[in-house]
Design a protein around this ligand. Sequence first.
Ligand code: PMP
Length: 394
Amino acid sequence: MFELLSEPRKDPILSLSAAYKDDPRTNKLDLGIGVYRNNDGITPVMAAVKAAEQYLLENQPSKAYVGLAGDEIFNEAITHLLLAGTEAEHRAIALQTPGASGALRMLADLIRQTKPDTTVWISDPGYVNHRPIMEAAGLKVRSYPYFDPNTKTLNEAAMLAQFAQLGPDDILLLHGCCHNPTGVDLEFSHWQQIASMSQKQGFLPFIDIAYQGFGDGLEQDLKGLQHVVDQVEEVLITTSCSKNFGLYRERTGAAVLVAKDKQTASKARSRMFEIVRANYTMPPDHGSAIVAHILTTPELKQQWLQELNTMLTRIKGLRTSLRTQFQAKTGEDRFAFFEHHKGMFSVTGLSTEQINRLREEFGIYIVGDSRVNVAGMQEQAIPYLIDSFLAVGA
Ligand code: PMP
């Protein structure tokens, strides 16, 4: 039967990682997959996470099933992490999911069950998995302009013009911070405009925040999201602990639904249980148990905040180094965008030919859309990176 299947599409990021692994060159650089690395090229387990794991090892009484909602202490803590200080926190519910990916799919299924004709609007360019997930749930997907490749900044006018056309049958999927792949974030004024457009035009904001703490800081990265939830009656949120807790493989995230009142939110949550039940029954426990323990233990929370801040400082430092070292080499400020962009990634605007040459001649691996993972670079590799970029005419 399976010979009937057509050839599968290759995942562009995972196949790049495989090619990098097979490359024998010692000066090779992997700027592909989105993981944070320290200056030794390692994605470490955070010390706060190790301490929480130690605690769980010694104190977890059972491995029996938890329940459809996952860990309720985690759900409460993650809602508080996102919505503390907002009025919306009191009309929100959260459900632990297998990563933000699981949350995206679960909310997509919920949208499809609630209003099958909904169109989900995603950014162009955008996160590679937004479209497949929304389409797999049977939703229509269209894209809005987001990025100007010439200036490497927001294509503000075109984006807002598209938003002005949205109505009650539309859902606007936004990146809460640290836009993947471009690194270009919305200004607070854009969030204000989006909130008032949503109120007037009736479209529903859906905010995917996978990098909270990697842009300007844990609370600063929420400014736009928190404004929207306080202004708009209904908002969907997906969040991830992959990056800011370094729990990538533990598949830890949440879906948060803000409704007009708690009763409506709770009804939606019961429908979400049905979706979970028909899908994976309940999310994996280990990652959420770690996060719940960290967020409810003041000393561990403090330690985690410090470690998160170290990662943020490193990313910002790399961004500044890229700009200043390019400047020193070329006498030009063409690469200022590295410093202006936020989070792990930047879209560089390199052509396919330049990307291929960087891989073949210099062992530098970059995804086909010219996205580079700044958060995976090592300070000592920057001079080689710059020489290679300039050698291919960047
Ligand atoms: N949303 C965005 C924008 C992402 O970049 C990612 C990948 N890091 C995810 C969601 C999914 O993250 P995860 O499933 O690992 O939590």
